[in-house]
Design a protein around this ligand. Structure first.
Ligand SMILES: Nc1ncnc2c1ncn2[C@@H]1O[C@H](COP(=O)(O)OP(=O)(O)O)[C@@H](O)[C@H]1O
Ligand SMILES: [Mg+2]
Length: 218
């Protein structure tokens, strides 16, 4: 479970907070879309609740534990093992093949060998069977984003965060990604929170959260 309490973020030199007193509870197994206009604070909220950035004030709890109280080494473990993150620009490593990109977190955890079969099956699950040894430059944008999703799932995280994962894709490839999220949530019980501008995609989630000027709309 993730709980945000009074979460506020004011960037240096900003007059108004990007995120203002956000209270939010996310139960394990939820499938949530996060919507709102550009600049409404979606990425900021996602970064704060995924431990990738820290708040100006307010708290984030993971299963009752305030992430501020977690020692640096354990935060690193939490990020590597329990949290998967998919960025709008997928940030695949160009020098590595698809399967090597997928195995990055496993390599860091010294579980490269142990998770090789899982990497192959994840790539199959995202529709990339046979393309395991291609480099990112040899894949389409949609295929690269699917590699990024497989990469985020390699440690079988409890939580998957995705910041506009379909933002740079055409509607067919976008649909493939959202269907994939739906399937992962249903079959693996992964808690998924994704940001989107697309109303139809947002409606596929079981719960929709809207941000307006850094404040949660009810
Ligand atoms: N690193 C940053 N430094 C300064 N201002 C930022 C930074 N990141 C975001 N902002 C500002 O915070 C607000 C919310 O941004 P963001 O969370 O990226 O919105 P969204 O993802 O909904 O488009 C915007 O006004 C944006 O300009
Ligand atoms: Mg954003």
């Amino acid at each position: 479970m993730i709980r945000a309490k009074g979460l506020t973020k004011t960037f240096p030199n900003a007059k108004i907070p990007a995120l203002n007193q956000v209270n939010l509870e996310i139960q394990n197994g939820e499938f949530i879309s996060l919507v709102g206009r550009s600049g409404s604070g979606k990425s900021t909220l996602l970064y704060l609740i995924s431990t990738l950035d820290s708040a100006s004030s307010g708290e984030v709890f993971y299963d009752q534990i305030n992430i501020k109280d977690i020692p640096a080494e354990e935060i690193y473990q939490l990020r590597n093992k329990q949290i998967g993150f998919v960025f709008q620009f997928h940030y695949l490593i160009q020098e590595l093949t698809a399967i090597e990109n997928v195995l990055l977190a496993a390599r860091k955890a010294k579980e490269h060998e142990k998770r090789k079969d899982l990497a192959i099956s994840l790539l199959k699950e995202v529709g990339l069977e046979g393309l395991e040894h291609r480099y990112p430059s040899e894949l389409s944008g949609g295929e690269q984003q699917r590699v990024a999703i497989a990469r985020a799932l390699i440690m079988e995280p409890t939580y998957l965060f995705a910041d506009e994962p379909t933002g740079n894709l055409d509607s067919i490839n976008g649909q493939i990604i959202i269907d994939l999220f739906e399937k992962i949530n249903r079959e693996k019980g992964t808690t998924i929170i994704f940001v989107t501008h697309d109303k139809e995609f947002a409606a596929k989630a079981k719960r929709q959260i809207t941000l307006v000027n850094g404040v949660l709309a009810v």
